[in-house]
Write a protein that binds this ligand. Structure first.
Ligand SMILES: [Zn+2]
Ligand SMILES: [Zn+2]
Ligand SMILES: [Zn+2]
Length: 255
């Protein structure tokens, strides 16, 4: 299994529009963070987690030419607004999208033109089929073992995902006790770390590091980061097995 970080930024993206801070003005390409999403390849299949606002740019940048399914973490704009861009992959077949009942319902409400069968397809309408995932239940999608992990995002109950021995937990500020057994023996933990100071709906850096410490994955990568973090500076500050991810980072041979 191979994972590519399409985006590692928080909802505004980095650079933030109009911001003159050192990180937003930085020439280091690792400080350019498009909206968070990962692309998972296994054999001939490929799965996307979230269709970020920047999906078009991400897909062109990474040379993505195939996609078999989409998993949604939740329906916030930065995670779903690229949905229309997967139209290119639905010319032959419809694209299955998966998520919690609430997420799928919200996606259907936000994109009525896609799901209204009286609207003609020509002129721009992806062909999408929706599937609801049950939390905590392992399911094989495109040959990959996937478990939806309930996590808290402020008041929202959203999904993180375990794919094989990798977990992807973005937009999270609390992991319920009952979800912890699903996060044992991880080879890789990808976890959101918004900024230094605390936030009502996202883990801060120190909170993420505490979770990483308690789950003890083989390796941990941070995502959904704001302009609080200069990549190089953060990399130097973090403990050994933790690194900030960056757009375009790829990891191969995951189990
Ligand atoms: Zn987000
Ligand atoms: Zn900035
Ligand atoms: Zn969110």
């Amino acid at each position: 299994m191979k994972i590519t970080f399409l985006g590692t930024g928080t909802s505004h993206g980095v650079p933030v529009i109009g911001c003159k801070c050192a990180v937003c003005q930085s020439e280091d390409r690792r400080n350019k963070r498009t909206r968070s999403s990962i692309y998972i390849e296994s054999g001939d299949s490929a799965i996307l987690i979230d269709t970020a606002t920047d999906f078009h740019q991400q897909a062109v940048r990474e040379g993505i030419d195939h996609l078999n399914a989409v998993l949604y973490t939740h329906a916030h704009a930065d995670h779903i607004h690229g949905l229309d861009e997967i139209r290119i992959f639905t010319r032959q077949n419809s694209m299955p999208i998966f998520g919690s009942e609430a997420t799928i319902e919200e996606v259907r409400e936000r994109f009525p033109y896609i799901f209204n069968s009286t609207i003609q397809r020509g002129g721009g309408k992806p062909d999408i089929t929706t599937s609801i995932l049950k939390p905590m239940k392992k399911r094989v999608i495109e040959g990959l073992e996937i478990t939806a992990i309930p996590i808290k995002h402020g008041k929202l109950d959203i999904f993180g995902y375990r794919i094989g021995d990798t977990a992807y937990l973005t937009d999270c500020n609390e992991i319920p006790e009952s979800s912890l057994p699903l996060l044992k023996d991880l080879e890789l933990l990808i976890i959101g770390a918004l900024r230094h100071s605390s936030h009502p709906t996202h883990f801060s850096l120190s909170e993420s590091l505490e979770i990483i410490d308690s789950l003890a994955p083989g390796k941990a990568l941070l995502t959904h980061m704001s302009h609080d973090f200069d990549h190089e500076k953060l990399l130097r500050e973090l403990p050994g097995r933790v690194e900030p991810a960056y757009d375009g980072l790829s990891l191969k041979n995951l189990h």
